[in-house]
Design a protein around this ligand. Structure first.
Ligand SMILES: C[S@@+](CC[C@H](N)C(=O)[O-])C[C@H]1O[C@@H](n2cnc3c(N)ncnc32)[C@H](O)[C@@H]1O
Length: 270
């Protein structure tokens, strides 16, 4: 098909299904160009997951291997940060199945997991099965508290608490990431507190500019220097203390590999 035919076909499809326009407006190339215009001097830095591994093993449990789940290495990162920086109070925006909450719970004093409530999810037209999967792994864990609301409007002062690590994994649009991040800056416990954003990469090597734009717009300039992508994961982190970093290199040869042992565990009757 030549370029003109492609254009005509695309226009005809957009006229029939206007939502297809989002595929153009929300294309990563568009976000990347926008990011580079907004932050021409930002060069991403990366930290290595393996540098956080003080022992050779990390046990990721639970891990459902279901659609939309974070990577096992994302949960490893959260656990390792909680252990290395002695995180006591952990907050996350975005509970879903409760996998991230359940993965960090053994390593911290308290987990506060925040999500839209079930009624709100249903009223948005989301499927019953999807809504029912919320909190599946986290609901019976004693040090996990579930809090419900829309992070964009919720008054987090009600929690009367500040946090050593905040994991932002709710709505991933630029505007929402920006608003969540600006808000969360007020709930960091002290100068050493850490932020982690999920889906700051489209895969373990390529940046996701839609999310990174929200992060960099939200943080004051002096914090930009301490933002890192995390190798082997989909996450970006803000770590204010000194940490060894490097420039990310696309398609580099592996410098380490991991071994996964899969262990099948039954779901007890709840
Ligand atoms: C990717 S999932 C979280 C996954 C979880 N952190 C994990 O790794 O196991 C994102 C969740 O954020 C919730 N969410 C999206 N927008 C939100 C908002 N504005 N306020 C609160 N929760 C939101 C969704 O309902 C969904 O359950």
């Amino acid at each position: 098909m030549n370029k003109l035919s492609k254009l005509l076909k695309a226009l005809s499809l957009i006229l029939q299904k206007p939502y297809l326009l989002n595929n153009v407006l929300k294309d990563e190339i568009v976000f990347k160009e926008g990011f580079q215009r907004a932050f021409p001097s930002v060069a991403f830095k990366q930290i290595r997951l393996v540098d956080l591994m003080e022992s050779d093993e990390v046990c990721i449990t639970p891990y459902a291997f279901l659609s939309g789940s974070s990577l096992a290495t994302d949960f490893a990162l959260l656990q390792l940060l909680c252990r290395k920086y002695q995180v006591k109070d952990y907050l996350e925006i975005g509970t879903w199945r409760g996998e991230s909450a359940a993965n960090v719970a053994p390593y911290v004093d308290s987990v506060t997991s925040f999500n839209l409530g079930d009624e709100q999810l249903l009223s948005l037209g989301l499927e019953k099965n999807y809504v029912e999967s919320h909190r599946f792994f986290s609901k019976d864990i004693p040090n996990i508290q579930h809090v419900f609301g829309d992070s964009q409007t919720f008054e987090f002062d009600q929690l009367e608490k500040k946090f050593d690590l905040i994991f932002i994994d709710g709505d991933h649009s630029t505007e929402a990431v920006k608003r969540d991040t600006v808000k969360m800056l007020s709930y960091l416990k002290n100068e050493q507190s850490i932020l982690v954003w999920h889906d700051a990469k489209v895969d373990t090597e390529y940046p996701r500019y839609e999310v990174l734009m929200g992060i960099y717009q939200a943080l004051p300039d002096h914090m930009h220097q301490q933002v890192y992508l995390v190798e082997n994961s989909l996450c970006a982190v803000y770590i204010p203390t000194n940490i060894s970093d490097e420039s990310p290199i696309l398609n580099r040869l592996p410098r380490n590999f991991f071994e996964l042992t899969l262990k099948k565990l039954p779901i007890e009757d709840k």
